[in-house]
Design a protein around this ligand. Structure first.
Ligand SMILES: Cc1cc2nc3c(=O)[nH]c(=O)nc-3n(C[C@H](O)[C@H](O)[C@H](O)COP(=O)(O)O)c2cc1C
Length: 336
């Protein structure tokens, strides 16, 4: 399956299916000599772990991470970091009835058209479980960025718990949103023209299952704004970047970070797998009805928040490494 690799210099490749023996990620291009805080790493992984949050799947997975390579005595070696997590609680029999059905809103039909074969158990590679590898890479990326003073503040837009409980009881699901504010990003990250920072973040976030829209700064609201308002007044300059009175740009101008906080928002659709009867067809094209019995999130938003944050962090590490090649003076200054 092509398309499982993301990034140019800080490269992640995720692998594995929802009901296979294991899933994981290979992170290539992580600079050597970085001490990983494994306690913080495990705590980060818990933010997407199934079975821990209300209105999320009841699948019980410990998601215990094993680092197979690239780390020696707690420090990165500069070689590929391979991370594996074993699946422990896959109930594949829940999916037996779906073997020849196309679930509305899911990837069954499109995978069939593309490959002519699919692992129907839990959605295989189109499952939210694929994001485990992204979050493992995100755990590392946020630590790397943390040493440079770059911090993340991630929030969700979601119905409150009572309304969520009503949706869950009615066997339905609901969408929502995730906003990531990234502070401390220096000016200069992102490459004109096709690799603009906003384009890179957009691609990163739209690669997450269920994400239907990405906004930077003012986002869609810019459609009804005037230039005199939308132009962020520039107040001052420092080695870090510019400081503006407002931040409708979301910290990015001409595809390059300007030193202000980066504001990215993702809209997430309602979980496609719902327990209500839905009209669909079989893979032979016969009309039928499907009622999905597997364990699913009432909303994807809660567990996706850390996935969105991770993809932002992975993108920023990649752009930071790339920035080291932008100026000739960098090489002349750093001669050992
Ligand atoms: C963290 C996470 C958890 C998810 N959990 C579920 C789930 O329990 N059931 C489901 O049907 N889809 C779930 N999804 C969404 C599907 O993966 C996604 O809708 C599917 O791959 C189709 O892709 P698309 O929505 O981008 O078109 C989850 C996604 C993420 C990121």
């Amino acid at each position: 399956m092509a398309g499982s690799t993301f990034g140019k210099l800080f490269k992640i490749t995720t692998w594995g299916e929802s009901h296979g023996p294991a899933l994981g990620v290979v992170i290539d291009g992580c600079p050597a000599g970085f001490s990983i805080d494994m306690t913080a790493f495990d705590a980060y992984m818990k933010r997407r772990q199934p079975g821990l949050m209300s209105h999320t799947t009841s699948r019980k997975e410990s998601d215990k991470v094993q680092i197979l390579s690239g780390v020696f005595e707690g420090k990165t070696l500069g070689t590929p970091i391979s991370i594996i997590v074993f699946n422990e609680d896959a109930h594949s029999s829940d999916y037996e009835d779906l073997k020849h059905l196309y679930r509305p809103g899911h990837g069954d039909a499109t995978y069939d058209f593309k490959y002519g074969i699919r692992d129907y158990r839990g959605g295989g590679r189109s499952s939210g479980r694929e994001t485990l590898g992204r979050v493992a890479a995100g755990a590392l990326a946020t630590q790397l960025l943390g040493t440079l003073g770059i911090t993340f503040s991630t929030s969700t837009r979601l119905l409150e718990e009572e309304a969520l409980a009503t949706i869950a009881q009615s066997e339905d699901s609901i969408g929502g949103g995730v906003t990531v504010e990234i502070n401390g990003v220096p000016a200069g990250l992102g490459e004109p023209v096709f690799d603009k920072l906003d384009a890179r973040l957009g691609a990163a976030l739209l690669s997450i299952g269920g994400v239907k829209a990405v906004e930077i700064g003012s986002g869609k609201a810019c459609e009804s704004m005037k230039g005199s308002t939308h132009n962020d007044v520039i107040l001052e300059k420092s080695a870090h970047g510019i400081h503006t009175a407002t931040n409708y740009a979301g910290g990015i101008l001409a595809g390059i970070s300007n030193g202000e906080p980066i504001i990215v928002s993702a809209s997430i659709k309602p979980t496609p797998s719902i327990g209500l009867p839905q009209q669909t067809i079989t893979d032979a094209g016969q009309p039928t009805e499907v009622t999905i019995r597997g364990r699913h999130d009432t909303t994807i938003v809660k567990r996706a928040a850390v996935v969105v944050e991770s993809m932002c962090a992975i993108t920023l590490v990649d752009c930071l490494l790339e920035q080291q090649t932008a100026r000739f003076s960098f090489f002349t200054k750093t001669t050992p």
